[in-house]
Design a protein around this ligand. Sequence first.
Ligand code: BGP
Length: 476
Amino acid sequence: MNKFPNDFLWGGSIAAHQCEGAWQEDGKGPGIMDYATSGSYKVPRQFTQELEKDKKYPSHDGIDFYHRYKEDITLFAQMGFKALRISIDWSRIYPYGDEDMPNQKGIEYYQDVIQTLLDYQIEPIVTLYHFEMPIHLVREYGSWTNRKLIDFYLKYVETVVTALKGKVKYWVTFNEMNHIDPQTEASDIFTYIIAGLKYSEINGNKKEVLAKIGYNMTLASVKAVKLIRDIDSNNQVGCVFGITPMYPRDCHPMNVMKAFKDMDRDFYQIDAMCNGKFPKYKVKEYEEYNIHIDINEEDEQAFQNGTLDFIGMNYYSTEVSKSEYSSDENESLWGGAQNPYLKQSKWGWAIDPIGLRYLLNYTYRKYGLPIIVTENGIGAVDEMVDGKIHDDYRIEYLSAHFSEMKKAILEDHVECFGYLMWGPIDLVSATTGEMKKRYGFIYVDKHDDGSGDLSRYKKDSFYWYQDVIKNQGKDL
Ligand code: BGP
């Protein structure tokens, strides 16, 4: 048997703020990403207090998925998708986040999207928080530093899960909350996309703010897990983490230990969500920074009752942990150094298929829970020539990753039940806000200078993925 399992969920993953557009339609309120400008590899995105006339805010239009979802889902169905991960934009459901009644039009929109998927027998996998939050909650309440956010979030979750009851089985509480940790100097991009706050502008004890955000989001997640299962016991609830494995610089024991530490800090929230308690080692670490987190009895109960059903893993790249004894490396996105054995994408992300097998094994051995690859892919510059896009580099990237994932499943016996390619249709990049950084099997005629008529075109990889799904990856 050289195929992926029959019920393997092949598909893709998208997020509301990167594709929907229609930012002021049908009662949607302003979300945090509506204030994020476009940037590029070398020019960081800005997060402005007000909308500035001379700046572009790519989430306002996205790729117009809001109006074109039927056409786009039809294309996914043509590829043979078994699953699609979407996110719900909180600011469509509760435009300000703290009102009593939800926005009915927002609910109806997502009910229609889900129904369209079900009509094609595509399993919806729904993320409840993928960098989308009403900005009012940041400005009025201080974002996730305030425990009140947990109640607002749970109310929103209850509304959505009830409205989609019986239609959606797989739920994801949060996307990539793990990028915030007091051990590191965070950058504005990560504190902003996760919590709507700019790291450079946090007053007072920055580490304490990061710790509080991390704790409150983790607590919100475990409480949501229980709530979602209480609404329907058939529901399966997971949380998605974005992990960049860290390799040691060399076999010097100091560097091996350093790499372990650098990688380990991404796992404390998974520990909390899988082991039924907030880890003591983290509380002790906070104390060393003079940070006190209130963990009351009700919280302890919530951690016990809200353990995950599955883990969602976003994997793009590995990095090399910086040396303890030399400083000759170039820093890359996650604070590590580049690996001399690996090539990189045009945006500096190392291409490492074996890293996927490593991460799947590492995580499965640690927690024993089913895993789904919720994101993976390569951002590249695609050229359209005579209506065709020959993206052999994408096929090469995915093919190599699939073959390592196959080894993890068939040889290492990791329980991995699906693969959702990031950005099956070109969409706005989260870290740079560009359209130029394309991931899709489907090309969208939209460019960073505002040109393009939004038409969709099938790239060569479209047909290749169709084949992989049809043959259950037997030729990989
Ligand atoms: C993940 C995010 C996605 C996505 C992806 C690729 O961290 O969950 O939203 O955007 O990274 O990143 P980028 O779009 O910056 O290339």
